[in-house]
Ligand binder design. Structure first.
Ligand SMILES: [Zn+2]
Length: 258
């Protein structure tokens, strides 16, 4: 029998013993822990006006009521990490809201307030693959393009730019390499004219057979980011949220955590 008291979560086991009497065993499952430093060195510190037990962390002196006693689940200490992880594993905003029993606004605020910076892991890359990736913002008729460079060996997204499918955007991607201080041995693209024009001075390899790695990554992006799923009605309503969702997924692909 699982029950939840005001301060502890535990199990009550009822057994019928040899003396024909019920024997009650109480097993404590989880002690509240500090939401700030995750320490379990805590002590009781009076009660709140609403009657809930208040705790004090002996380590960082943060006062809190345990996660189990929260009225609104949106304040749970492990929730933000779980939401971020679900966002980069192909689960949509509304699905997360239902699964975690929080509002859609809470999920969106976690996405909007995520600050991840992508920095290249190396200064020189032997081979870089460049390709474009179509997404939708506003409605399914409005396309918004992503141009990015990918290193197949390390599985890393090195640089990316957003914009229309034109020479200007391709130019911005090349400028991004200079801005990031990244050099490359050879660059592989498909036979789009803008790529041929922009990378004519570099060691440029043209052909679909050389961009197999990045095509595979495009497939991964379409599985990992809900708003990029194909043949669905999913799309981003807001450009700002769109850019945030992609940056979060790129960070997860590059570093393996969020
Ligand atoms: Zn603490």
């Amino acid at each position: 029998m699982l029950f939840q008291m005001q301060e502890n979560v535990g199990i009550i086991i009822l057994t019928f013993n040899a003396l024909q009497k019920w024997h009650v065993t109480y097993l404590k499952l989880a002690m509240p822990h500090c939401p700030n430093c995750q320490s379990t060195k805590i002590k009781k510190n009076g009660k709140k006006a609403c009657g809930k037990q208040n705790y004090l962390c002996k380590n960082c002196f943060r006062q809190f009521i345990g996660d189990h006693a929260l009225t609104y689940k949106g304040c749970h200490s492990g929730l933000i990490h779980r939401i971020l992880l679900m966002l980069v594993r192909g689960i949509g905003i509304r699905d997360i809201s239902v699964i975690q029993e929080v509002s859609v606004c809470k999920v969106l605020s976690v996405l909007v307030n995520s600050h991840y910076v992508l920095t290249p892991r190396k200064f020189h890359y032997e081979t870089l693959e460049v390709d474009e990736f179509w997404t939708y913002v506003g409605n399914k008729g409005k396309k918004y393009g992503l141009l990015y460079a990918y290193e197949c060996q390390g599985g890393e997204i090195v640089a990316y730019v957003w914009g229309k499918r034109d020479l200007k955007t391709a130019k911005r991607l090349r400028e991004k390499f200079i801005k990031l201080g990244v050099s490359f041995g050879c660059i592989c693209t498909d036979d789009w004219q803008s790529f041929i024009t922009i990378f004519k001075e570099d060691n440029h390899v043209v052909g679909k057979s050389h961009t197999v790695g990045i095509e595979g990554n495009n497939c991964r992006l379409r599985h990992r980011i809900r708003r990029a799923f194909r043949k669905t009605s999913c799309f981003s309503k807001k450009l700002f949220n769109h850019l945030k969702a992609f940056r979060l997924a790129f960070f997860y692909i590059n570093y393996g955590y969020v």
